[in-house]
Design a protein around this ligand. Structure first.
Ligand code: C5P
Length: 223
């Protein structure tokens, strides 16, 4: 068996969607299943890392040996991530809602009568990946973002690498049946270039990514 090359390392992983309340019974969210993020958390734990998994609402069980922190909103997710620092590795897999309603009504919104619908004003959520990438003191040594794109995958991913300040981007094409599905087809984008992987199970993507992480941090440790 392979040695546990991430022993002594702390990995922070986000997964799933966030949920942004409109009122006590309604929210804005997305279709993220959490599968890829949970699989990555499991794979990093299998390599010996201590793993904190900060997860939005999903119907998955915590992988064995992983500390699960459940959150609802993007702001909760950012707070939970900051509380979990320091970490050696941050993998930002969550499909964080880009916007939230400016105000969550404290009572259920009511129909107002014919032709009148409530206007929902939105405001931008904090960017968790960007925030952790730009930490002065507690920036994780290796920061990995995800880029779900439907077109111009690699160009957008390259831009994202720069804009978010992360070290690697895992780009995946979500124009097909990837979201919620069992398989994923990704390209790993680093400063050194692009590595396209064939389509494979999300567990397999995770195992390979965990290996790459081990290699990268192993080099740091030895060198
Ligand atoms: O900008 P975009 O949403 O495409 O970027 C995706 C990457 O940024 C993912 O790694 C996602 O987890 C992260 N992200 C974040 N906080 C946000 C939006 C995206 O951490 N508010």
């Amino acid at each position: 068996p392979r040695s546990k090359r991430l022993a002594g390392r702390h990995a922070l992983v986000t997964a799933g969607p966030t949920r942004e309340p409109l009122d006590p019974v309604r929210y804005i969210s997305n279709h993220s299943s959490g599968k890829q993020g949970y699989a990555i958390a499991a794979a990093l734990a299998a390599e010996g890392a201590r793993v904190t998994l900060v997860s939005g609402p999903v119907s998955l069980r915590a992988p064995e040996g992983v500390d699960l922190v459940k959150v609802e909103t993007a702001r909760d997710m950012l707070k939970a991530c900051e509380d979990a620092l320091p970490a050696d590795i941050f993998v930002s897999v969550a499909a964080v809602a880009d916007w939230r309603p400016v105000k969550a009504a404290d009572k259920k919104l009511k129909l107002k009568g014919e032709g009148k619908s409530p206007a929902i004003e939105l405001t931008e959520n904090p960017d968790i990946l960007r925030t952790l990438s730009h930490k002065k003191k507690k920036r994780p040594a290796l920061v990995i973002g995800f880029a779900a794109e439907t077109h111009d995958l690699e160009r957008h991913a390259q831009e994202k690498l720069a804009r978010k300040g992360c070290d690697w981007i895992v780009a995946n094409d979500v124009s097909g049946d990837v979201m919620g599905g069992l398989e994923n087809e990704i390209a790993l984008i680093t400063k050194d270039g692009i590595d396209r992987w064939p389509r494979m199970a999300k567990e397999e993507v995770s195992a390979r990514l965990a290996q790459k992480v081990s290699e990268a941090l192993g080099r740091d440790r030895d060198g």
